[in-house]
Design a binder for this molecule. Structure first.
Ligand SMILES: Nc1ncnc2c1ncn2[C@@H]1O[C@H](COP(=O)(O)OP(=O)(O)OP(=O)(O)O)[C@@H](O)[C@H]1O
Length: 662
């Protein structure tokens, strides 16, 4: 008989939850006895098991379901690769410095924090209710800006602030600097305005090998390894398109100000998919029909730019049809991400897909939607889903000459009439000597549009002048005697194209932490005892599936406990024994905190007839049956083929007088 009450819907006490997670060793700051390093965490046994189960589900949901090609590429990446991909020049956040105390601030977070503090002060001054989240944020970050507590703002200013906050990710460094000046934003710690933002590259630099002449980086994403192996993967896939590769591995980012525990760290596990698709034919997806009716909660670019955060629920089929989501493949993956998060136990009322604004998009992306999860720190991007177009494959192919393309034999050869460049080879070399190669390449690299202009120039002036990198003055003059640009016909038997890439990219640590917040609640006893925490992970995801508790420490219980454990092991179900002297209620409560969904009790009845009880974590209800029946019931619960209600209707209920909480 349960004597407990659920206390759900209470505001989450983040500090308390964080304490619990550290105490129960889900995760702990790395190098803590050396005072730790911010942004680095170690996972303990329940954290590792939870992470492994999330990854296992991810593998089944994506890699197995979609026949993806998994690769495991190196973390160490040579400079040249990341220079070509654009990361060396562009993978940066905006950073500013407090000239008084040397505080380093991430510019967008700084602007956001100060404006939010002012808005809160305004609400206080107007006597409006402060959201619990806002209040706990304020306490946590001690964000009261000097001299700005509870000051009423003009209505117009409130609107401006709200509009800035709605599109905070859209500002570049210069614009953030302007906002800091315009609104006189000051570091709450010193009351001083920070310096203008400068770009800070987030990659950890290193050198590979003893001679230090091969500079490199710890990869900031797993994607590049997948792109560089594209051609081999295409061959492995017998040339068939479309296909996807996938990779699970650590990535590293030297975050300016790591914060919020696992949500912004410097080393984290990523699971990334690169889906290679033919850009012709609107990036259709052959399984789109299976997901088109799935409704997603969307926050599109236009809404954010208008300063709003209104969400709308819309079927993905309609979102693609209306052009809100660019193409079927992108839409397909948004729906699959949604289904994955649902399976994981993410609270469906706390998920939204937010479209990136133009400035916010990574240098390689043409459209991007983030799956964001609502946590006690606000909405957090947990999965990015970007259309990277042909960017990465094109730049690597151009740099290395590797054929990162698809060649498809055409059933009917195509006759193409186009402007072709013909060079008078015999004269061209002697005329330009060492520059000949560069000038020829520049001419051959021209598009049809450029050739049209050049042909006209050649006709009118008897020569063309074109930009060529690396030659004197950066310009070359080529006369009519050396060059012809004319319409010619050619027959194409093979179509060659660079695939576009749709990339869903999952941060496993962020998902893991958000999930914990979503499944966390507490249970109070009727006697008014201290509330007990529960983590209601779905059985498939829970770190340990079963707690085995012998009711007594008597010798005769031991073989029975061993028998239960052996049966659970044989069924592939993870379990732990708690044979401590604590009351049975306490032992269950300790494991509710770890999210263990089921408990088996070996009691005096077991000695008589071999039956055991099975307890459900969330309802605390119990059934009783022989060991084999209980173990197979657990199997069906863990594989999600049955619910607790099904099990209760099939097996005899067990009413216990034992108090759950004592
Ligand atoms: N510092 C980090 N700590 C933990 N997870 C991260 C971090 N940076 C990125 N991720 C995870 O990797 C995923 C893909 O990375 P992506 O480059 O899209 O992130 P991002 O846009 O740089 O994130 P943010 O804007 O929050 O810095 C994110 O959705 C997130 O789950």
């Amino acid at each position: 008989m349960s004597t407990t009450t659920d206390i759900k819907g209470q505001p989450l006490d983040r500090a308390f939850l964080d304490g619990l997670l550290r105490r129960r060793l889900f995760y702990t700051p790395s190098f803590e006895i050396y005072n730790g390093v911010s942004g680095l965490y170690d996972y303990g046994p329940p954290g590792c098991a939870l992470q492994a189960n999330i990854i296992d589900l991810w593998r089944k949901h994506f890699i197995l379901e979609e026949d993806m090609l998994e690769v495991d590429c190196t973390v160490l990446t040579p400079h040249e690769v990341l220079k070509t991909s654009g990361h060396v020049d562009k993978f940066a956040d905006w950073m500013c410095k407090d000239p008084k105390n040397g505080d380093i601030l991430r510019a967008d977070h700084f602007v956001e924090d100060v404006l939010e503090t002012r808005l809160r002060g305004d609400k206080e001054a107007r006597g409006e209710k402060i959201e619990e989240k806002e209040e706990s944020d304020a306490k946590k970050k001690k964000k009261k800006t000097k001299g700005q507590e509870a000051i009423k703002l003009d209505d117009e200013v409130v609107k401006e602030y709200e509009s800035i906050l709605a599109q905070i990710d859209n500002y570049n460094g210069e614009q953030l600097g302007e906002l800091i000046k315009k609104y006189d934003l000051r570091n709450p710690a010193t009351g001083v305005q920070p310096t203008p933002p400068v770009a800070f590259n987030l990659m950890f630099q290193t050198s590979i090998g003893p001679s230090s002449n091969l500079p490199g980086y710890l990869r900031p994403e797993t994607a590049q390894g997948q792109f560089l192996n594209f051609h081999k993967l295409l061959e492995f896939n017998t040339g068939q398109m479309p296909f996807a590769s996938a990779s699970i591995g650590k990535s590293y980012r030297n975050e300016i100000s790591p914060r919020a525990g696992l949500l912004r760290v410097r080393e984290f596990l990523m699971a990334e998919i690169e889906h290679f698709v033919d850009p012709e034919g609107h990036k259709k997806h052959h399984r789109f029909g299976e997901v088109e009716d799935i409704e997603l909660v969307l926050l599109d670019r236009e809404t954010q730019l208008s300063g709003q955060t209104t969400l709308r629920k819309i079927a993905i089929g309609k979102a693609v049809k209306d052009g809100l989501v660019d193409n079927e493949t992108l839409g397909y993956f948004l729906a699959r991400i949604h289904l994955f998060l649902k399976k994981l136990g993410i609270d469906q009322s706390k998920v939204r897909f937010r479209q990136h604004m133009a400035n916010e998009m990574a240098h390689y992306a043409t459209d991007c939607w983030d799956a964001e999860l609502l946590t006690s720190t606000g909405w957090v991007e947990c999965v990015g889903c970007a259309d990277r177009s042909a960017y990465d494959l094109s730049v690597h192919a151009k740099k290395t000459g590797a054929p990162l393309v698809v060649r498809e034999r055409l059933e009917t050869p195509k006759v193409i009439e186009e402007l072709q460049v013909e060079i008078e080879k015999k004269k061209f070399g002697p005329a330009f000597k060492k520059d000949a190669r560069a000038i020829e390449t520049a001419l051959l690299d021209t598009t049809q549009e450029q050739r049209e202009k050049l042909a006209k120039e050649l006709e009118e002036n008897g020569k063309v002048i074109l930009d060529v990198a690396g030659v004197a003055d950066g310009k070359a003059e080529v006369g009519k005697d050396l060059l012809k640009i004319e319409f010619r016909k050619r027959t194409e038997n093979v179509r060659e194209y660079t695939p576009n890439v749709i990339e869903p990219s999952f941060g496993i640590g962020r998902i893991l932490y958000s999930l914990i917040e979503h499944v966390y609640w507490s249970r109070a006893s009727d006697g008014g005892d201290e509330a007990r925490s529960v983590l209601s992970f779905p059985p498939a995801v829970a770190p340990t599936k079963v707690l085995v508790v012998p009711l007594s420490a008597k010798e005769e219980f031991r073989p029975l406990v061993r028998q239960v454990l052996q049966k659970l092991r044989a069924a592939g179900i993870s379990s732990r024994v708690d044979d401590s002297s604590a009351s049975i209620g306490k032992r269950y409560a300790r494991n509710d905190e770890l999210g263990t969904p089921f408990g088996i009790t070996v009691d005096f009845q077991t000695i008589k007839d071999g039956s055991v009880t099975l307890r459900d974590r969330d309802s605390t209800r119990q059934v009783r049956a022989d060991m084999d029946k209980i173990v197979s019931a657990i199997q069906t619960l863990v594989s999600d083929s049955k619910t607790w209600q099904d099990v209760e209707s099939e097996l005899p209920k067990f009413e216990t007088q034992e108090l759950e909480i004592r």
